[in-house]
Ligand binder design. Structure first.
Ligand code: UT7
Length: 321
């Protein structure tokens, strides 16, 4: 029997400190009204000064392990999708591995910015179905508050910190559960639409986030829709067979634009953007966790996750949970 990658547990974590739109309006020339109308975001969470991306990742991972009924000794692959690593190297995943007490297999970071979780899930799936790992922790974790330009109203209102994680396991007896199809794409020609203007090789600094917001917006609606259709086509599944859509949470207007374009019932789209803003690679597993814990997503449901981010990168993953 062929191996399949089955999602057995999900968890997430948001730092304690909440920053409301009203609080941001005291720092930059913006308003709660503008932010809500143009993005749907009401508040975001910001990591404490001594909280690193790896700390957020560990908090989410512990909850995912609990949900899966697994512990660290069962895990033999750790992938952390992040654009805000603790340090330039080693990988944040190496610290997460050690903190959790995972002592076997590989651990590495994956950099695809906001698409990172979908890229990491597809990567883990390939390891698992080829028998190269038995149980993986796939984590999206970010501290974007550290790279946001807090003087730039065009970007600082959008982002927040957080983490989400899933346990996925290789199984021969999965039936129709598991990762069914994935679709990943990068087009580096759009590098300059969304980037950080610092890094070890080019500037020897960390840098700040830069975005051509309206251009990214247009690309997002087009390519997220395309990725969703492609993931479904690869699995020979019609869009209306999907039970839940779990998109990257960047902007409510992007979620609505994609739903309109594809004729999707908005009640099937999980939206958590109001509560944490854009948490980059963390946002898909954060939303997945919320909708799993509140009982919307049930075992056996067909879930389509999708994202677009810097690179530009985009992708989708169709999973029967
Ligand atoms: O996660 C990776 C993917 N990232 C995204 O998906 C983000 C995609 N982009 C977006 O979500 C939207 O483009 C934004 C929310 C960033 C901006 O919304 P927009 O409707 O595209 O606005 P805009 O950039 O075209 O700006 C419209 C106006 C400008 O003023 P003028 O030039 O028309 O006078 C901006 O200066 O809104 C102004 N503006 C603001 N006003 C109040 C920009 N940011 C703010 C702000 N508060 N925070």
């Amino acid at each position: 029997m062929a191996l399949r990658s089955v999602l057995t547990g999900v968890g997430s974590y948001l730092p304690e400190r909440v920053v409301t739109n009203a609080e941001l309006a005291k720092r930059v020339d913006t308003s709660d009204e503008w932010i809500v109308e143009r993005t749907g975001i009401r508040e975001r969470h910001i990591a404490a000064d001594d909280q690193r991306t790896s700390d957020l990742a560990c908090e989410a991972s512990v909850k995912a392990l609990q949900a899966a009924g697994r512990d660290a000794k069962d895990i033999d692959l750790v992938i952390v999708a992040t654009a805000t690593p603790d340090l330039t190297f080693p990988a944040t995943a190496a610290r997460v591995q050690a903190e959790l007490g995972v002592t076997q297999g590989a651990a590495f970071d994956l950099q695809a910015v906001c698409s990172g979780f979908v890229f990491a899930l597809a990567t883990a799936d390939n390891f698992l179905v080829r028998g190269q790992a038995k149980a993986a922790l796939v984590i999206g974790a970010e501290t974007f508050s550290r790279i946001v330009d807090w003087e730039d109203r065009g970007t600082c209102v959008l982002f927040g910190d957080g983490a989400g994680a899933v346990v996925i396991e290789a199984r021969e007896d999965a039936g129709d559960r598991g990762v069914i199809s994935t679709f990943l794409r990068t087009d580096g020609r759009m590098h300059d639409l969304l980037y950080v203007d610092g890094g070890p090789s080019q500037t020897q600094s960390v840098g700040k986030l830069k975005m051509v917001g309206n251009a990214v917006f247009r690309q997002a609606v087009e390519h997220i829709s395309g990725a969703m259709l492609e993931a479904c086509a690869r699995a020979n599944v019609a869009l209306d067979e999907v039970d839940w859509f779990v998109p990257h949470q960047a902007n409510q207007r992007i979620l609505d634009g994609v739903s309109r374009k594809l004729g999707i019932d908005v009640d099937k789209v999980v939206s958590t953007v109001a509560l944490h803003g854009n948490t980059s690679a963390a946002s898909v597993p954060l939303a997945l966790d919320v909708a799993t814990r509140d009982g919307r997503i049930k075992k056996g449901d067909l879930v389509l996750m999708e994202a677009l981010g810097g690179g530009l990168t985009w992708g989708a993953a169709l999973v029967r949970v």
